[in-house]
Design a protein around this ligand. Structure first.
Ligand SMILES: CC(=O)SCCNC(=O)CCNC(=O)[C@H](O)C(C)(C)COP(=O)(O)OP(=O)(O)OC[C@H]1O[C@@H](n2cnc3c(N)ncnc32)[C@H](O)[C@@H]1OP(=O)(O)O
Ligand SMILES: O=C(O)CCC(=O)C(=O)O
Length: 397
């Protein structure tokens, strides 16, 4: 029975989380990864799989980008998915018109609010940017869109102005406000504080959007959720601008294991990850959490010996929970139980002396940086044992 360990430490600090929803932005921020452009068919495949997993909101694109982008978003919006379809938009009427044309349900409307963005990007004062954002918000609301009202670079924006921005959005009819860490500067503690301040300021659900420049995106997203944020932004495999965004697979598995949120079909995660790797050309490191090739691979003898007795000894959760597979790889660090198990799988029963001999050879080869794959192991055993066993595998062509 696939399962997972519970983090017993949570009982000492009463981790709580209110209602949450995922807004996956793989097709928008994920696609902003340099060099990545999904075809319409690829976007549709990804959107369908996100929907099957149970993702509540799919940010399908930024329609103002191009005609092709608009057509892709339109196609996704007409699929009749369970998920709501969201699009990104600047505070510009023509951007919002493009969102409306696509038939999206929701718009993520943003303006830069930090002094840096005001001075160098918008060339506007704080009052001017609020006026501009509110005008766009009201326009989107008049056209029936659900509106997320976001201060881009909010995490580098002064608290007093941020509060003014959120209040203006609430008064003008926003449905969500964003806690936006555009350059990934936050920590869990500062994120919790920020969300707490927003909750004291407005009575709107909070959407949290974290970048991974300092490797904190998932931790910050979860901290925001603990503090009361409702909508969590993710991308599959954590792709996105620069160092990317909060990885969907990591957020979902943490929600399940740490917070008991089990409403998502996590068994599709590995398939989704592979699809996005193929379509984006962005391949995961072997040791990437949850979806890396080595996420459930074991070489160490002590680990494999224990795993053979009970999976939980060296895995926090079963690979089946994410549609992954456990793998034992023999090498320098392996022991006799691992070898005997692998050999048995191939139809061999090794004596103690044979086990010692084969294991020595495995360690020697491994130290020469030679891998010991299944075929090589078979040859090695045959060689050491000095005879060909008459196993189905041995006689196969
Ligand atoms: C944090 C984020 O992820 S924000 C999203 C970033 N994503 C992208 O930029 C991807 C898609 N972008 C594009 O295809 C293009 O940049 C377009 C089509 C949106 C705009 O292209 P262009 O009109 O050629 O403008 P360009 O990209 O050179 O500059 C951006 C313009 O948008 C303005 N702008 C930026 N953000 C906003 C905003 N939130 N509201 C209003 N205007 C904005 C800038 O001030 C600049 O205006 P200017 O042309 O008057 O100087
Ligand atoms: O406003 C949003 O929802 C996201 C903006 C964004 O992509 C960012 O600031 O990194």
């Amino acid at each position: 029975m696939p399962g997972y360990s519970t983090n017993e430490w949570t009982k000492y600090i009463s981790l709580e989380m209110g209602e949450i929803e995922i807004c996956d932005v793989t097709l928008r921020d994920g696609e902003q990864t340099p060099g990545v452009a999904f075809t319409r068919e690829e976007k549709i495949d990804i959107a369908r799989m996100l929907d099957e997993i149970g993702i509540e909101i799919i940010e399908a694109g930024f329609p103002a980008t191009s005609q092709g982008e608009k057509e892709s978003v339109k196609a996704i919006a007409s699929l009749g998915l369970n998920a709501k379809i969201c699009c990104l938009s600047r505070a510009i009427k023509s951007d919002i018109d493009a969102v409306i044309d696509c038939g999206a349900d929701m718009v993520g409307m943003f303006v830069g609010t930090s002094d840096l963005h005001l001075k160098y990007k918008h060339k506007k004062t704080q009052d001017e940017i609020i006026d501009c954002a509110v005008e766009a918000l009201e326009y989107a609301k008049r056209h029936g869109l659900i509106v997320r009202f976001s201060p881009e670079d909010g995490s580098r924006t002064g608290l007093d102005f941020l509060k003014r921005f959120y209040r203006a959005g609430e008064e003008a009819g926003a449905d969500y406000v964003g806690a936006i860490d555009t350059v990934g500067i936050m920590t869990p503690a500062t994120m919790r504080f920020m969300v707490g301040e927003i909750l004291k300021t407005v009575k709107l659900p909070i959407a949290v959007h974290c970048h991974n420049d300092l490797g904190m995106a998932v931790a910050n997203t979860l901290a925001a959720a603990e503090a009361g944020a409702k909508q969590l932004h993710t991308t599959t495999n954590g792709i996105g601008e620069r160092a990317g965004n909060a990885a969907l697979e990591e957020v979902l598995m943490n929600l399940r294991i740490q917070y008991g949120v089990d409403k998502y079909d996590t068994t599709r995660i590995t398939d989704l990850s592979r699809m996005v790797q193929k379509y984006s050309g962005i391949c995961m490191a072997k040791n990437k959490a949850i979806v890396g090739d080595h996420a459930f691979a074991h070489e160490s003898g002590i680990h494999i010996a224990a795993l053979l007795e009970n999976d939980r000894t060296y895995e926090v959760f079963s690979p089946e929970l994410v549609g992954g597979k456990r793998e034992f790889i023999l090498g320098k660090h392996s022991g006799s139980k691992a070898l005997c198990y692998m050999a048995r799988q191939m139809g061999y029963t090794l004596s103690e002396a044979e086990t010692t001999q084969v294991l020595c050879e495995i360690k020697r080869l491994s130290e020469l940086k030679k891998s010991i794959r299944r075929n090589e192991l078979k040859d090695l055993i045959d060689h050491v044992v000095g005879q060909k066993f008459n196993t189905p595998e041995a006689s196969a062509p």
